[in-house]
Design a protein around this ligand. Structure first.
Ligand SMILES: Cc1cc2nc3c(=O)[nH]c(=O)nc-3n(C[C@H](O)[C@H](O)[C@H](O)COP(=O)(O)OP(=O)(O)OC[C@H]3O[C@@H](n4cnc5c(N)ncnc54)[C@H](O)[C@@H]3O)c2cc1C
Length: 500
């Protein structure tokens, strides 16, 4: 008589990058995995839309930490390059200032030094010292903070004293950057890395300068065909490993039996029992909507502020702009950069003069726009949703002002002649849209901000103490937002589940 071995069952709520990564890690360990996703596609915030020969990635556009994905595929017995063509970007980003200065940021140290020497010779040494400093940060924090379960303050105390100082958590990112660089343009350039996890350089601990190392030393990539190809590659690998994915299928409740979660109730009334439930939905949103209210009241996590949100425009540009690169940043006055973060994080108002990010994938994939045209994805950081600004009633006026003053005038730099011609805006995505579409926490793009020295220790862990069978994966859980980190979060959640 043959005996059939039964494999443990996992249900994953959400096919975002965190959910897909968790599914891959569990399926590789022979779990029977079902992902339920309320949207009709994988990727969550990583999506793509098309119109009249234009194609845009609508979420993340900068992919760093390639090794995270290489490892995920490798450990599943596959090669990332068989699924995805990751193109290294050079320049990584082209920065523009209103005074006419431009800089092509690159992971090539010599080329960076040459450019810095042209406008601030005394900052060449500063740059070399800064890159050594951020490398040390990466070496110290990578293991305890990124690649493992969330550390507690006690774990910090166990680090060698020299390492505690190397973490540089007592001053702000901005203070550390200013201590290195003289030129305000460079200070602004490195300050901006705080926004990669939705934070302010004036509030986030200097530890977050590690982000500069991740991009400026390890490099940035673009998946040929669009960033969305990464979601499709993860989906393909998950399906090959036997994961079942149900789209247009929403979870209504996580069912608890005493202190154990043991099933997911779907909106259609069906129940999926599971040994492990991995929640890729935003933690705050999940606590409010997926758990019984008695549980949510008991398990309030300490108050962490949401990360910033964003205003994104998908623009059809009927001309090509040779001055622009794949990634472009348009800064306002470096001396007034703090005001943008005051607007976002203190006044909770859309900034008066936001930094603009313009991503043009048709620079690398010409078929993303009709011949002679470009597909611009324009993004500005915005406050998370709150009482000070109502996008339903005040949004239209702000967007109109944004289009005229920011999009047209900021681009109406001596080098840009086209901007008088009629580019057309295909779609506008506001913080309210982000909230409604992905079910987030006040439209936050990256989960929680790191605007405090203790945020890294307060971020929800991948599991809740005292509750068995449910784990959290995604930008609002450890180790935080951004595509590679949410993949690490998914892997960490899967490993918690598999270790029980
Ligand atoms: C405009 C924008 C630009 C960004 N730029 C970058 C960038 O350049 N680089 C970078 O690294 N990161 C960037 N990010 C951040 C990055 O996209 C996110 O950190 C990451 O994609 C989040 O992945 P996740 O797995 O946490 O969750 P999500 O992508 O939010 O996925 C969660 C999934 O859960 C599903 N879900 C929720 N509730 C339920 C339910 N009840 N039932 C079923 N399904 C449910 C949702 O539909 C969603 O698909 C950007 C984000 C945005 C919005």
């Amino acid at each position: 008589m043959t005996t059939h071995k039964t494999f443990p069952k996992a249900v994953i709520i959400g096919a975002g990058i965190g959910g897909l990564s968790a599914a891959i890690r569990l399926a590789q360990q022979k779990w029977q995995v079902t992902i339920i996703e309320q949207l009709e596609r994988p990727g969550g915030k990583m999506g793509q839309v098309q119109s009249d020969g234009y194609r845009w990635d609508i979420g993340p556009s900068v992919i760093t930490m390639r090794h995270v994905f290489e490892r995920l595929f490798h450990e599943a017995g596959r090669r990332l390059e068989d699924y995805l063509d990751l193109v290294p970007l050079n320049p990584i980003t082209r920065y523009f200032w209103r005074d006419g200065l431009t800089l092509d940021a690159t992971a090539d140290r010599e080329a960076m030094c040459t450019q810095i020497a042209q406008f601030s010779p005394r900052d060449v040494d500063a740059y070399i010292r800064f890159m050594a400093y951020v490398r040390r940060l990466y070496e110290v924090i990578g293991d305890p903070f990124l690649y493992r379960q969330r550390p507690g303050l006690r774990d910090l105390l166990r680090l060698p004293l020299t390492d505690v100082f190397k973490i540089d958590a007592l001053r702000s990112m901005h203070t550390a950057i200013r201590a290195h660089f003289h030129d305000p343009h460079l200070v602004q350039l490195f300050d901006r890395f705080a926004t990669y996890n939705g934070s302010s350089p004036y509030l986030a601990p200097a530890t977050l300068n590690v982000i500069a190392y991740v991009e400026m030393a390890l490099g940035a990539w673009y998946p040929r065909g669009g960033v969305y190809q990464l979601a499709l590659a993860l989906e393909r690998l998950a399906l090959e490993l036997g994961v079942e994915i149900r789209y247009n299928c929403a979870a209504q409740r996580i069912l608890l039996n005493s202190n154990r979660a043991d099933a997911v109730l779907l909106h259609d009334g069906h129940t999926l029992p599971a040994k492990a439930i991995i929640c890729n939905a935003d933690v705050t949103h999940a606590r409010k909507t997926l758990f019984p209210s008695s549980f949510s009241d008991q398990h309030q996590h300490q108050t962490l502020a949401p990360s910033c949100s964003g205003l994104a425009l998908l623009v059809k540009v009927p001309a090509t702009q040779p001055q622009l690169a794949h990634h472009n940043i348009f800064f306002g006055d470096p001396a007034d950069y703090g005001r943008e973060f005051d607007d976002i994080f203190h006044r909770h108002l859309p900034p008066n003069d936001p930094t603009l990010y313009v991503c043009i994938t048709s620079k690398t994939d010409p078929d993303h726009a009709p011949i002679g045209c470009e597909n611009w994805f324009v993004l500005a950081n915005m406050p998370y949703l709150g009482p000070n600004f109502d996008w339903q009633t005040q949004g239209a006026a702000y967007i109109e002002k944004f289009k005229i003053e920011n999009l047209k005038l900021k681009m109406h730099h001596p080098q840009f002649s086209i901007l008088n011609s009629q580019f057309s805006i295909f779609k506008t995505m506001t913080p309210q849209w982000l909230q409604n579409t992905y079910g987030g926490n006040c439209g936050a793009i990256y989960g929680f901000s790191s605007n405090s020295r203790t945020a890294a220790f307060m971020r929800p862990s991948n599991r809740i103490r005292g509750l068995h069978g449910v784990y959290f994966a995604g930008g609002s859980a450890h180790p935080g937002g951004g595509v590679p980190l949410v993949a690490l979060s998914g892997i960490a959640a899967a490993e918690c589940a598999a270790s029980v």
